[in-house]
Design a protein. Structure first.
Length: 621
């Protein structure tokens, strides 16, 4: 990596940064970057990493710690940085989730805890049966007959409210004592909130560990900052408040949709106060066409956000973007109109996986007719929840890349990823001798050839279970689990592999044992994704169909209007050019089939504002 002076530095990949983004990248003080949808938040952090490394502002052995909410977001950021700036920065750019960061602290410094707070070394994560048994043993027997989902929420809330060190014997503390050590033949079990609490206590009660952490991570990135919980923010404060570590927090109040999970409403103002940070706002929307950007801006009042001059990219004409509101009486009519529209869009050249169907919740209750109607014209649509969760797992991503690379070597990005991963796992990535590195590549090439032979020997009918196990043995299961700590506890890792195997067998059957077609299909290349708003966070599509803008979908609007408004905002900001909303007055799969829009009428009033949406109504005679 070539070193340059601060004055000579330019963004990588010919990216042009807007003025405020350039300021944030070069800022050497704590800073809060408020960045709306399509503003390029991940890109900003990747460019800032490049600036810090290339200008030697973050000099060896100092490191950057980047914390994201989702594993795939953390991996995406790390891959982007390593691809641009080389393997030499890989060990100095730690990109992980809050859960992974907390767990790493706990596992490394577990023995720094008082003996009574030290969990057993082989603790499990989130074993709900053990947690349930611990509550019952502590005297709680669900006196209010809470349903399973509500009972789990009560357990997690109770466990998250315990303050360390444990002094009194209230319910939460009794359960903690059981879970930390295990009981009645059951292994110790922690959930991630407990892990976060323990990690924070380790740092708070051990000044030497705290100083070592601050000396190691001189720069810290916090992504999707608006969704930070109280426990997570407390961990950040304990680790870095008052230190010389420079923190860059990036987020958007308008996309705060994790209040149900404990997102801290005051986190922006708290951060500015606690860390004496500056604030800047990004005003470019690189994603959405001008008419869609205008709709987003019109929601600012309801979100209690001050209006700023958000600008669409100059690639658009001022009239670009199309918004429609479809109102029907039956799901069949709704499905037919949507499917005709989708077919016309595909005929015009829009890729099938660049079209998305969104629902507020429970997509199976809103999409059955649409899926059936699309299948009749040869277009596949699928509910993404399980697929999406699997694809985002690092081990599944590695297996997919490896098999595709075995069958087609003309995949430079996959080759680089697989090669670097194997080098890391085998230790060759840190080897000083070239011969060791080349031996590693030779072994990788040999294994790729073996896997290709296994797959092609019997017209693609290889044993999926044995083939996946062969690949994992090549990398080393112990190395995989050491690299991804979440895989170390319980049966989580094994369950992932079993689930992936089942999906892959189904896709192979559908693709007549064409492995490339099956894997590409598994990754969603040939189908329209159907998902909830929460699953769509961070994604973008040429066209978005938001099905079910109805009170039945936003059933909790009166008790959580701010969160539902943010969810609506996230939904409308996923689209690049085409955005369609649907309302159907009768939904057969819902507990109350007859629908209305009385509670969420503000959304309808917004869409019916003159010049916003084209309104299409189809009513039964």
């Amino acid at each position: 990596m070539k070193k340059v002076s601060k004055d000579e530095w330019i963004p990588s990949d010919n990216i042009v940064l807007e003025e405020n983004a350039d300021f944030a990248v070069k800022c050497e003080d704590n800073i809060l970057v408020v960045a709306g949808p399509g503003a390029g938040k991940t890109e900003l952090l990747a460019q800032k990493a490049g600036y810090l490394f290339q200008t030697n502002t973050c000099c060896n052995p100092q490191k950057i710690l980047a914390i994201s909410f989702k594993t795939d977001a953390a991996e995406n950021l790390k891959q982007r940085v390593c691809r641009r700036y080389g393997d030499e920065v890989k060990s100095r750019f730690s990109s992980m989730t809050y859960d992974a960061f907390s767990k790493r602290l706990l596992d490394r410094f577990r023995l720094a805890l008082p003996v009574e707070l030290q969990p057993s070394k082989d603790y499990e994560i989130d074993n709900i049966e053990t947690i349930d048994a611990a509550f019952k043993k502590s005297g709680y027997n669900n006196p209010f007959n809470l349903k399973k989902r509500d009972l789990k929420q009560f357990y997690y809330q109770t466990l998250s409210k315990v303050e360390l060190p444990i002094k009194q014997e209230n319910l939460g503390e009794k359960v903690w004592k059981l879970l930390l050590k295990g009981f009645d033949g059951k292994k110790a079990t922690l959930d991630f909130k407990m892990i976060c609490i323990l990690a924070e206590y380790i740092i708070r009660s051990n000044p030497k560990i705290k100083r070592a952490l601050q000396y190691t991570y001189t720069y810290v990135f916090l992504d999707e900052f608006q969704d930070t919980t109280n426990l997570q923010y407390r961990l950040v404060k304990t680790c870095f408040k008052g230190s010389k570590s420079v923190i860059t927090a990036v987020g958007d109040n308008k996309q705060r949709i994790m209040l149900w999970a404990g997102a801290l409403k005051s986190v922006f103002t708290d951060f500015k106060s606690d860390f004496s940070s500056q604030e800047t706002q990004l005003i470019m929307n690189h994603r959405s066409a001008p008419r869609l950007v205008l709709l987003q801006k019109q929601m600012y009042d309801s979100l209690n956000e001050k209006s700023i001059q958000v600008k669409p990219s100059s690639k658009w004409n001022s009239s670009d973007g199309k918004i429609k509101l479809l109102i029907t009486d039956s799901e069949q009519d709704e499905a037919k109109i949507i499917c005709t529209d989708i077919k016309n869009m595909i005929d015009r050249g829009v890729q099938v996986n660049d079209i998305c169907i969104l629902c507020k919740q429970l997509p199976q209750n809103y999409s059955e007719e649409i899926i059936n109607e699309l299948s009749q014209i040869g277009i596949r649509a699928r509910i993404e929840n399980e697929y999406q969760d699997l694809i985002k797992e690092p081990i599944i991503d590695l297996l997919i890349r490896f098999i595709l690379l075995a069958l087609d070597r003309k995949r430079p990005n996959d080759w680089e990823y697989v090669k670097c991963t194997y080098a890391d796992f085998s230790g060759a990535g840190n080897a000083q001798q070239d011969i060791i590195y080349y031996e590693c590549q030779d072994k990788l090439t040999k294994k790729l050839n073996e896997i290709k032979e296994l797959i092609t020997a019997d017209k693609g009918k290889a044993d999926v279970e044995l083939l996946l196990q062969d690949i994992m043995n090549f990398f080393g299961v112990s190395h995989i689990k050491a690299h991804y700590p979440a895989y170390q506890q319980g049966s989580y890792f094994d369950n992932l592999i079993v689930k992936f195997e089942k999906f892959l067998v189904d896709e192979l059957s559908r693709a007549s044992n064409d492995w490339i077609l099956a894997l590409e299909s598994f990754c969603g290349k040939y189908s329209i994704p159907i998902m909830t708003i929460h699953k769509s966070k961070g994604l973008e599509y040429e066209a978005v169909y938001f099905v079910g803008v109805e009170d039945g979908a936003f059933w909790n609007f009166k008790s959580q209007p701010d969160e539902d408004r943010c969810a609506f905002f996230v939904a409308i900001s996923r689209a690049k050019q085409y955005l369609t909303f649907t309302y159907c007055s009768y939904r057969t799969k819902l507990r109350i089939p007859q629908q209305s829009h009385d509670s969420i009428n503000e959304f309808f009033e917004l869409l019916k504002t003159p010049g916003v949406a084209e309104i299409q109504e189809l009513h039964a005679d």
